[in-house]
Design a protein around this ligand. Sequence first.
Ligand code: PDD
Length: 281
Amino acid sequence: MANISYVNGLYCNIQEAKININDRGYHFGDAVYEVILYNNGVFYDYDGHIKRLFNSLKLINIKFHLSDQQLKIIIKNLFRLNRVNFGSIYIQVSRGVADRNHSYFGLKSKPILTMIVSKKKNNISDEIKGVKAITMVDNRWSRPDIKTTQLLPNVLAKTYANKKNAYEGIFIDHEGYVTEGSSSNIWIINKNNEILTREIDGKILSGITRNTISQFAKNNNFKMLEKKFTKDEMLNSREVFLTSASSFVTPIIEIDNIKIGNGIIGKTSIELRNLYFKKFN
Ligand code: PDD
């Protein structure tokens, strides 16, 4: 079990970790985060995740005091202390501690950094499982491109999906186009064998796994387009899969009780998943 966490300068047992009740992350979701996959000494897309973390901080005006080098030392220490071979790290930076007041105008708080390591139960070599998904209206705020901890709509969406025996909730915008999953980016392979994922248009998170997979697709001569697609196009496609740091490339074989393709895992999804794991081994 991964027990040692990092809280504001201290490595401590997760049971003893303490956060001030006036932390703005706790009050307002005034915080940003990242999740990075780790496998036997290798961090997947490390630089991309750290770059996005600093970009998220910039977008909500949090002046962070640590450099990427200092962050790397803490992250490596945590994996060493926890003796985890295959897992992920959750990194969160909040604006810090202050008396409760919505505005941070003029506030001189010091950002609070926390990190938690999780061990993964599954393994890369495990048999790939296709999952089910459920669609729902995208009711999130207008800046889902920033990776903040303000995730209540995503939490409700995932919970609703799980209640319906599905793995992921897929958001649909008010024009009928797919945006993304509650914690993943969504891809389809259409009848023309084109691989499609929504363009970075401010309506989705610029997923780091998404960027890597899109490079693989382009480098391996797949027909790949960054272009939005409708819910109907998705339901009528050959293959659907999702990507994220915690779910890698995961095939979706059923959406809203409708089978995708023949309800079996598609070969392109498997190929891209294998390429993803190969890159980091
Ligand atoms: N979620 N879209 C959303 C809304 C997400 O929350 C995530 C990741 C992604 C995929 O991004 P990436 O490939 O960089 O992980 C897309 C993480 C894993 C989480 O919240 O746990």
